[in-house]
Design a protein around this ligand. Structure first.
Ligand SMILES: Cc1cc2nc3c(=O)[nH]c(=O)nc-3n(C[C@H](O)[C@H](O)[C@H](O)COP(=O)(O)OP(=O)(O)OC[C@H]3O[C@@H](n4cnc5c(N)ncnc54)[C@H](O)[C@@H]3O)c2cc1C
Length: 584
């Protein structure tokens, strides 16, 4: 027994990352960049200096495939909020459009779904430098932005492709195409599913199955900003069409371009042609519009089932190479697996057992949710096939959108299904609620006895490539004494925090870009303790209590930054109190 305890302790030490340990991250997409950022940040907090190399052959500032990781580029509402809470804001240069609504198109009509709180919290981004052949370079790359955060945190970028992985004295050795060869204490594979790199792992003979993938279609259509504003506005357009093999289709406006994404079974040129020929799709483009011959397009793979064992001693697979979210918010999945792996490596160790016990649960939780997601997509498929169900659904959603005082049951379910903002289990639970089902049944009957089908797209709103809500000089963002259930992160501009005493404003402090306020409402039910006013124009992003608490439950370390700030504020107040007492 004693012997066993000793050997366990020995093993823990052998597999701990200590001062001077070396980590290789293969792949600098969202998973690799976020892993690097979090690992270095956590190691610093733990008082350890770790050397981390990120191997990434692509220059994400290049146009076309050379700089692109083939993706729709929608950063989900929940991920935007989580990143902001972690201190990672997405500046206007990176955000091509702040998506202000979703428009659902079917053969029986169209409905516009507005976001909760009418706030832009979904970002449409280019992952790389922009579409092949584009002349204007008026955007930043999302992947380059994340990678720079990692480099600023201390990661070394090695712009080379990894050709070989081998074990040497129980440690991984990374060999690049250019011939460099380095040994590490931990190798992290963040290689996605769109290249032949999985063979690196196969060669190591690890007992695991590769992620299961399916083919998709993506293309960039240049229409010009004015045409896009007029035809599509700031909305993402999603389609429920009864086309064989089509699961989901979306048009995503970005700057001068619209990104088209098709998901389904064995997506091919014929399905693309059938989709573009549908009258509901043509209606989104200018009259007589034709797709040019030479446009930027590809048929990338998407992860539909994760790897069964994405870890071994001193090796872990993250992002798409490990486990992802089914069809939606893959980048959110990359964030979750990256952070779970970084936490395990810094605070638990890098042995197979450490990853099994502390990292794998995050993958399994995504996998379980994806199983429920399959049910949600099955239900969507059934609706896609039944005209009366489509009419009922559209009618119910339009009625809810027309009257915001109604419970937004279907709108909420559709919003979270299309945007990927909530776990599928949450979407499923709400869509089997008796009130939801009876409401839907009522609308189906109504629609089938001939009531007119609703068609509501509303007017296009002001188009902006920024997230959050705008406030102007003197506007009150939160008021002392009012109940609150969210926190606010300043995206740009400044605010004044004041205490209202006897009709007078007593200034407490000023906050600027990147700061947050109202965080106490996330932890307690009390009213706001101060008033916050805009100084000049200020752009603010709201973080919902529900989303924050759900994430804290999964990942308590997310509260670290908020706690640190709260503790600093208490210290400042203590100092001020001490000064005031001394002055009397
Ligand atoms: C058509 C389509 C649309 C999508 N739309 C969305 C969306 O709108 N929103 C969303 O959240 N998700 C979307 N996804 C999913 C999303 O793209 C992925 O979940 C996400 O990119 C995963 O990030 P990753 O870092 O794991 O992998 P990747 O983004 O694929 O990055 C892997 C990186 O590893 C590098 N690499 C590979 N092999 C090597 C090697 N041997 N040496 C060095 N580097 C290497 C690659 O160059 C690449 O940069 C979409 C996917 C598809 C296919």
């Amino acid at each position: 027994m004693l012997k066993l305890a000793q050997s366990t302790t020995q093993q823990d030490d052998r597999y701990a990352l200590s001062d001077g340990s070396r980590v290789a991250v293969v792949g600098g997409g969202p998973a690799g960049a976020l892993f690097s950022y979090f690992l270095l940040q956590m190691a610093e907090r733990a008082g350890r200096t770790v050397a981390l190399d990120v191997y990434e052959p692509k220059d994400f500032l290049n146009l076309g495939p050379g700089g692109c990781n083939m993706c729709g580029g929608i950063i989900s509402e929940s991920l935007v909020q989580m990143l902001a809470t972690e201190g990672i804001n997405l500046p206007p240069g990176i955000v091509q459009r702040g998506i202000d609504s979703y428009v659902l198109h079917t053969d029986v009509g169209t409905v516009k779904l507005n976001p909760p709180g009418h706030e832009r919290r979904i970002a449409a981004v280019h992952r790389g430098g922009g579409p092949r052949g584009s002349k204007r370079r008026n955007w930043g790359s999302f992947d380059a932005h994340l990678l720079k955060l990692a480099v600023d945190q201390g990661a070394k970028l090695v712009p080379e492709r990894v050709e070989d992985l081998a074990w040497e004295d129980g440690r991984p050795r990374v060999v690049t195409k250019k011939g460099s060869s380095e040994a590490y204490d931990l190798a992290v594979l963040a290689i996605g599913v769109n290249n032949a790199s999985m063979k690196l792992v196969d060669k190591l003979g690890l007992a695991r199955t590769a992620p299961k993938t399916t083919k998709t279609f993506i293309c960039e259509i240049e229409l010009g900003t004015e045409t896009i504003d007029a035809c599509m506005g700031g909305s993402m357009h999603v389609f429920l069409l009864n086309l064989p093999r089509l699961e989901f289709a979306a048009l995503i406006p970005k700057g001068d371009y619209v990104t088209l994404v098709l998901l389904g079974e064995a997506v091919d040129k014929e399905l693309v042609a059938a989709f573009l020929g549908a009258s509901e799709v043509k209606a989104c483009f200018p009259a007589g519009w034709q797709l040019s011959e030479d446009y930027c397009r590809c048929f990338p793979s998407i992860n539909v089932r994760g790897s069964t064992k994405p870890f071994a001693d001193r090796l872990v697979m993250i992002g798409d190479a490990g486990e992802s979210r089914l069809y939606k918010d893959g980048i959110g999945g990359a964030y979750r697996t990256a952070k779970a792996a970084a936490k395990t490596a810094v605070f638990e160790g890098v042995s197979e057992e450490d990853f099994r016990r502390h990292y794998f649960p995050a993958c399994k939780s995504l996998g379980r949710d994806n199983q429920i997601g399959r049910l949600v997509f099955l239900a969507t498929k059934v609706i896609q096939k039944l005209r009366f169900a489509r009419r009922g659904m559209l009618s119910m959603a339009a009625r809810e959108q027309a009257d915001e005082s109604r419970a937004q049951r279907l709108s909420g379910v559709l919003w979270d299904t299309f945007t990927g903002s909530a776990p599928y289990r949450d979407v499923f639970r709400r869509s089997v609620h008796p009130l939801f089902l009876s409401g839907m049944l009522f609308e189906i009957v109504r629609a089938s006895i001939g009531k007119p089908v609703w068609d509501s797209t509303g007017g296009n709103e002001v188009i902006v490539s920024e997230l959050g809500k705008m406030f102007h000089d003197g506007d009150v963002i939160i008021r002392q004494g009012e109940a609150g259930d969210c926190m606010y992160v300043i995206q740009s501009g400044r605010v004044a925090v004041v205490r209202e005493e006897g009709g007078q404003d007593v200034p407490l402090t000023e906050l600027a870009e990147g700061d947050f306020f109202g965080e106490m409402a996330l932890f307690e039910k009390d009213v706001r303790s101060a008033t916050v006013r805009a100084i000049g124009d200020v752009r603010i992003l709201t973080v919902d209590k529900k989303i924050f608490l759900r994430k804290i439950h999964e990942d308590p370390s997310m509260a670290f930054r908020v706690m640190t700030k709260m503790s600093r504020r208490i210290r400042t107040l203590d100092d001020e109190l001490a000064r005031a007492t001394a002055a009397h």
